[in-house]
Write a protein that binds this ligand. Structure first.
Ligand SMILES: C[S@@+](CC[C@H](N)C(=O)[O-])C[C@H]1O[C@@H](n2cnc3c(N)ncnc32)[C@H](O)[C@@H]1O
Length: 275
């Protein structure tokens, strides 16, 4: 693991995360014995727009029971479980942060689903060539210093004709957000890039762009709905605050401000390899 990768894993790592999620769910009256994948949605989709954004991305790719899918930077496994539960896909999640992988495995077992989770880096993936039909990358590229290496690794592990769906926060205006933000506490682990940098790296990796959509307006609407639902109430016992630690509110505030100013936005990109 490089120094940057250790710092990224340290930024995300939270000891006792699984137990805190289970305790929070119990506070909501949900017992460990009969949880469904949907009960985890408030905490297990660690990106702007939550499961709504995941559904929007999945609607643009070919995914079904025949698909071998790889979720790169799978966090605590929400997207991987969604792909298995809603589409029947055979899913592997890869993530740098050991505590997240451990939590992903335990939550997946708890709700009776099949995705597997592996600790490793997006920039040096522990998979054979031509293993997967589909790869996803959701709010991870902001931690990846080398987009060209990312795309060459994804091209290597995808089968010919495979698809790569990206939903990352990108720099679309002038100013960089103030730190901390949800993906980094300081500049040494933040590698926000412009859409053009992704497109150039994808082109170098042999991908064709199939679709691209900036989702700034969707993000602003999502934040407005979230803030209205939280008005006059304390943070819920099960939410992304569990993943972001004590300065969660500040991290969210800095990101929301920057999205509001049009400096950063989540952007979807769907790529395909030649068949
Ligand atoms: C903001 S979270 C998003 C998690 C998940 N994709 C989701 O949407 O719920 C970013 C994730 O990327 C992972 N990550 C960062 N750099 C990585 C790398 N080089 N290789 C694999 N995972 C990485 C982190 O450990 C973290 O789980």
């Amino acid at each position: 693991m490089s120094l940057t990768e250790s710092n990224v894993a340290r930024h995300y790592g939270r000891l006792g995360l699984y137990d805190r999620i289970i305790t929070g769910l119990a506070e909501l009256g949900k017992s460990e014995d009969n949880l469904t994948p949907d009960d985890l949605k408030a905490v297990d989709e660690f990106h702007i727009g939550g499961v709504e954004a995941t559904r929007d991305l999945m609607a643009q790719v070919d995914i079904g029971p025949q698909s071998r899918a790889l979720d790169i930077g799978s966090g605590i496994g929400g997207t991987a479980r969604h792909m298995a539960h809603s589409h029947g896909a055979i899913v592997t999640g890869l993530d740098l942060t050991p505590e997240y992988v451990e939590t992903a495995r335990r939550l997946t077992k708890l709700v009776g689903l099949s995705p597997e989770f592996v600790v490793g880096s997006a920039l040096d993936m522990p998979f054979d060539d031509q293993t997967f039909d589909l790869a996803t990358l959701i709010h991870v590229g902001m931690n990846l210093p080398d987009k060209a290496k990312l795309f060459s690794e994804v091209a290597r592990v995808l089968k010919p004709g495979g698809s790569f769906a990206v939903y990352d926060v990108m720099q679309v205006g002038k100013a960089h957000p103030e730190f901390p933000v949800p993906w980094a506490s300081s500049a040494d682990t933040s590698f926000l890039d412009r859409p053009d940098a992704y497109l150039a790296a994808a082109d170098k990796g042999g991908f064709t762009l199939v679709a691209q959509r900036e989702r700034g307006a969707f993000a602003r609407d999502f934040f407005a709905r979230l803030s209205a639902s939280l008005q006059d109430s304390s943070p819920p016992p099960v939410g992304l605050g569990l993943l972001m630690g004590e300065d969660a509110q500040l991290k969210i505030r800095n990101m929301v401000k920057s999205v509001g100013a049009g400096d950063i936005a989540p952007v979807e990109m769907i790529f395909r390899l030649p068949g």
